[in-house]
Write a protein that binds this ligand. Structure first.
Ligand code: HEC
Length: 154
């Protein structure tokens, strides 16, 4: 098989696996999102901008990046109460209240929801079947070769 096709297939398989595991966007996309994203609620957006964004909005900090669902998953697993307590008390490199001294528990909960989620990914959401999306690599040749996600039998 031509090398280029092999690479193309590796990419295709890779993207299918990513879609299948719901791993989210790549690091560059994530960084771009995190550096600009704001909560839809204007009051919350204002809090986020002045308090959380400096650390959670850029990848060079030790803070879990806004929108980085993989980084947030194990933290969310602790439960919302624990997360909020950590924000209030300070946690690791995070100062108490995440620097928002006038925030209440509801604010923190909404902020955490916002920060721990990546918004709709059109490719993932609109086409549950990745093979249906327009894809230059869906050549007949690529379809014929062994493809873990595609073959009915194991
Ligand atoms: C000065 C930097 C800084 C600011 C400002 C900041 N954080 Fe953090 N935050 C961090 C760092 C660093 C961590 C990771 C700490 C660790 O795991 O050791 C963190 C972790 C968290 C966690 C996860 C805690 C856990 O139990 O895993 C939550 C939730 C959080 N921040 C929310 C917020 C919210 C909400 C704001 C704004 C109100 C905020 N942070 C502001 C630096 C910051």
């Amino acid at each position: 098989m031509p090398k280029l096709l092999a690479q193309a297939m590796a990419l295709l398989v890779g993207s299918l696996i990513l879609a299948g595991c719901d791993r989210g966007p790549d690091a560059a996309t994530l960084n771009r999102y995190a550096s600009t994203a704001l909560p839809a609620d204007t009051e919350l957006a204002e809090i986020y901008q002045r308090s959380c964004q400096a650390c959670h909005g850029q990848g060079s900090s030790a803070a879990p990046l806004t929108g980085d669902e993989a980084a947030w998953r194990p933290r969310l697993a602790q439960g919302m109460d624990t997360l909020i307590n950590h924000v209030v008390d300070g946690f690791g490199g995070m100062p108490p209240y995440g620097l928002c001294m006038d925030c209440n528990v509801d604010d923190f909960e909404h902020l955490i929801h916002f920060m721990s989620r990546y918004p709709d990914r059109p490719e993932a959401v609109d086409s549950p079947d990745p093979m249906n999306s327009p894809d230059p690599m869906n050549s007949p040749e690529a379809m014929n070769s062994p493809e873990p996600m595609d073959s009915p039998e194991p």
